[in-house]
Design a protein around this ligand. Structure first.
Ligand code: SF4
Length: 167
């Protein structure tokens, strides 16, 4: 979805978003049941999941001697082994859907060194182009919507679904 902004080669060379510390484990991708089944069948038969109400998270092991957790689907040489099948959170990162005052907003993670080096205008254009599809997905998959963090610039705002009527 972000092809014009971020190439697969740049993602494979960086891999920062596939590595977590104990403070940002909340950002690990949301995995829905169908994708969890596919991961077990096609990519990582020994994967262990942590069950949440309507989704799963991948269990990640802490690296010895460091506060680092690598995604189990990360190949250190080639990047994500899921390619185009990767979870939606990963497909749109460094964009993230957050909720601010009851409205979904599309924000930019400050952690991505590649996209944060792009012209901000180009980042906004890519966000506006992706916003309708991302918000539609978030409507049916609310687990991907995180609380707003004020160090994440807002790039697009969900249009109100409610009409106001003057009385
Ligand atoms: S699923 Fe793939 S893209 Fe997402 S965090 Fe894991 S290795 Fe990275």
């Amino acid at each position: 979805m972000l092809e014009g902004l971020l190439s697969k080669a740049e993602c494979a060379a960086c891999r920062l978003c596939c590595k977590f510390d104990s403070y940002d484990l909340w950002q690990t991708p949301v995995i829905y049941k169908s994708l969890a089944s596919r991961i077990l069948q096609e990519y990582a038969p020994h994967m262990t999941f942590v069950r949440r109400e309507e989704h799963f998270l991948m269990k990640m092991e802490k690296e010895p001697g460091a506060d680092v957790y690598f995604c189990p689907l990360l190949d250190q040489e080639q990047g994500c082994i899921m390619g185009d099948d990767k979870p939606f959170d990963c497909a749109i990162w460094p964009f993230m859907v957050m909720e601010l005052c009851g409205r979904k907003v599309l924000t930019l993670s400050p952690a991505c060194p590649v996209v944060n080096g792009r012209k901000f205008d180009d980042v906004c254009i890519a966000a506006q182009a992706a916003a309708a599809e991302v918000f539609a997905f978030a409507d049916s998959h609310p687990e991907i919507v995180r609380p707003f963090l004020d160090d994440h610039p807002i790039l697009a705002v969900e249009k109100s679904r409610y009409k106001t009527t003057l009385v």
